[in-house]
Design a protein around this ligand. Structure first.
Ligand code: NAI
Ligand code: UGA
Length: 608
């Protein structure tokens, strides 16, 4: 066997003809994880370094679903204290329920049939069932004692941040690996027994080589480390679902007996809740690169559809119809084709820069240019949206009040990193508008922090920006409402539409909740014939779907757009940055609606 190849991959691919008819699923099945290493350590205790958007939810689900005890530590003690409390430091649907179960032993608030948390988009079920607390202790711990937690663990997840470098060589492009290096050095210094070190943070290809070097050079005598790559693919807002039902789990190891043995130990942990055919083993460098590759490809789809949205706005084509039609091609698929104000979040931009920098370092300049255009397009989308707003508002924003609905980079998360809202608000302020911001989950402090980081002093910002506690307060007296984040509560689509969808469903049929998100009822595929798979690739039962719809129907506080209309200055503009609103209904209420990827009123009036 080739000494550099992983046997499980070689076994699978040897003799396999890669014809178009070979589906990814078939390819996966050719990599039998069961064959990897019989003789390996059974993991009893995991320590996770980093309690952020990945470390927290990943640890909670691991503790909840497996028989392993998980301790999460962080250099940010405040964050750990929040994880130990009733007010978790991040918002993610279902997270609170899973943490309460795994940390405190609470057993209620779970679906009787699936044993999964009943996910709600508003509030926590636990608030209505305080008596659900039981005395049994959970398997999830949050601690500030980093060294003790490292010492006790068999396996260590490294889930620390890897932001884009802001100074020095590679500034603005290369990943800052300082946090990974510090974490690695702490492990090397503290560990008194052998450890499996799992790189979960997203890192440039070949980082595991540096981690291995630091660990082996600094290890105490007799202590051995095994480094694995196990990138995380969860998306914020659906993190719990993604962790419970991942499309795939990737585990990269060194092509040595020790490497395979370490991989087998981690496979054992995941196989307690992930089907074996979804756990893929491969070499370390493929594993590191496939994470960057997945993000770059996903971001590329969004920039592609956003580029098309610009053409739609001028021609009168409708971007929702175009992307829906493209998504029906099974080779393209329906996900990540929603036009918007530009992608945000902590990873897409950072990881594309990462690939750009890697390509340039390898003297692959055309390759670097190819990936860089995705970011250029993203910036262009935010700029285009700003210009459209200015143009509609008679080329003048001075002293006009703009209500910005949503500040998080997407719905169902409190995360604001790289949110398009930051750029849009800053652009409006530069035009001397008065901006009123409302977001249901982002704190006022966080909004100020982002705006100050983007540029500007807090004192000056406060002259032109206010953060309100309700959407109505933000919209009162406004000249325009700009919907930036697609929070369900901003929707004016009736629950009746949802019930119609529900009534079409045969309860015995396996269907997907995703169709619920389709932009128009007329676009819904006929139930049971074509049903989309959900993001995790799994389908859910009609019963689960009905539960989802029921909990949505029970949701309180959808915006009353008639009330908003009453308080606004005329003409009343709504800029729908997410194509989430029923435009006809808004127009009936006297709004002028402009939306991404839809012909502007001006273009329509001039007959385009
Ligand atoms: N946010 C996301 O949706 C996803 C992020 N990732 C990747 O996962 C990694 C972590 O991302 P997030 O959780 O979003 O970052 P985050 O910034 O929310 O959390 C990272 C945490 O690590 C802590 N930390 C830093 N150095 C430490 C050390 N030496 N010991 C203990 N704790 C330490 C920080 O204080 C921070 O709380 C990044 O590489 C990111 O690219 C991967 C998939 C999804
Ligand atoms: O490495 C990461 O951090 C993660 O990055 C993304 O997850 P995330 O950034 O949390 O959220 P996405 O749902 O991918 O959305 C990213 C941005 O794209 C935008 N988007 C998404 C989908 C779409 O169709 N259109 C669109 O504009 C969202 O509004 C958001 O601003 C990937 O989806 C995850 O698989 C990956 O693990």
């Amino acid at each position: 066997m080739n000494g550099n190849a992983h046997p499980s991959i070689d076994h699978g691919l040897r003799g396999l003809k890669l014809e178009r008819s070979v589906t990814p699923a078939q390819l996966r099945l050719t990599r039998p994880i069961g064959k990897i290493h019989e003789d390996h350590v059974t993991v009893k205790k995991i320590t996770c370094l980093g309690s952020g958007f990945v470390g927290g939810p990943t640890s909670a689900v691991t503790a909840y679903k497996s028989n392993v005890e998980v301790t999460v530590v962080d250099i940010n003690e405040q964050r750990i204290h929040a994880w130990q409390s009733e007010h978790l430091p991040i918002y993610e649907p279902g997270l609170q329920e899973i943490v309460y179960a795994a940390r405190d032993g609470i057993t209620a608030a779970f679906d009787d049939h699936t044993s999964e948390p009943l996910l709600e988009s508003k509030g926590s079920l636990l608030s209505v069932i305080p008596s659900a607390r039981v005395s049994a202790r959970g398997k999830l711990f949050f601690s500030t004692e980093i060294e003790k937690a490292i010492e006790e663990a068999d396996l260590i997840f490294v889930c620390v941040n890897t932001p884009t470098k802001s100074t020095g060589v590679g500034k603005g492009a290369a990943a800052d690996l300082g946090f990974v290096e510090n974490a690695t050095r702490t492990i090397a210094r503290v560990a008194k027994t052998d450890k499996i070190v799992v790189e979960k943070s997203t890192v440039p290809c070949k980082t595991a080589e540096s981690i291995r070097a630091i660990l082996s050079e600094n290890a105490r005598p007799g202590v051995r480390f095994n480094v694995l790559s196990n990138p995380e693919f969860l998306a914020e807002g659906t993190a719990i679902r993604d962790l419970l039902h991942p499309d795939r789990v990737i585990i990269g190891s060194m092509p040595t007996a020790e490497g395979y043995s370490a991989a087998a130990s981690l496979v054992d942990v995941y196989s307690q809740w992930v089907p074996k055919e979804r756990i893929i083993t491969m070499n370390l460098w493929s594993s590191e690169l496939c994470k960057l590759a997945a993000n770059a490809m996903l971001a590329q789809r969004i920039s592609s559809v956003n580029a098309l949205s610009a053409i739609c706005e001028v021609t009168g084509a409708d971007v929702d119809e175009v992307s829906y039609a493209c998504g029906l091609d099974s080779r393209i698929g329906p996900q990540m084709l929603k036009a918007g104000p530009g992608f945000g979040g902590s990873c897409f931009q950072k990881d594309i820069f990462n690939i750009v920098y890697l390509s340039e370092s390898l003297n692959l300049n055309e390759v670097a240019d190819f990936w860089r255009v995705i970011i250029t397009m993203n910036e262009h989308q935010k700029d285009r949206f700003t210009r459209r707003i200015i143009s509609c508002l008679f080329n003048n924003l001075t002293n006009k009040r703009i209500a910005v609905l949503g500040f998080a980079f997407k719905k169902d998360t409190s995360d604001t990193r790289e949110s398009p809202a930051i750029t849009l608000v800053s652009n409006f302020v530069a035009e001397q508008a008065h901006v009123a911001i409302y977001d249901p989950k982002v704190t006022e402090q966080q909004i100020w922090r982002e705006l100050v980081d983007y540029g500007g002093s807090l004192e000056k910002l406060k002259l032109n920006v206010e953060v309100t506690q309700s959407a109505y307060a933000a919209c009162e007296g406004a000249d325009a409402v700009v919907v930036v984040t697609e929070w369900d509560e901003f929707s004016n689509k009736t629950k009746l539409d949802e019930q119609v969808v529900l009534s079409e469903i045969d309860p015995n049929q396996s269907i997907s909740p995703k169709r619920f998100d389709k932009p128009r009822e007329a676009h819904l595929p006929s139930p049971g014939k074509t049903g989309f798979e959900n993001k995790t690739g799994g389908v859910t039962t009609a019963r689960d779907f009905q539960l989802t719809v029921k909990s949505l129907a029970a949701e309180v506080g959808r915006l009353d757009w008639a009330r908003i209309a009453q308080g606004m200055r005329k003409p009343r503009f709504v800029f729908d940055g997410r194509n989430m609103l029923d435009h006809q209904k808004l127009e009936d209420l006297g709004f002028r609606v402009e939306a991404i990827g839809k012909a502007s009123r001006k273009a329509k009036e001039s007959g385009n």
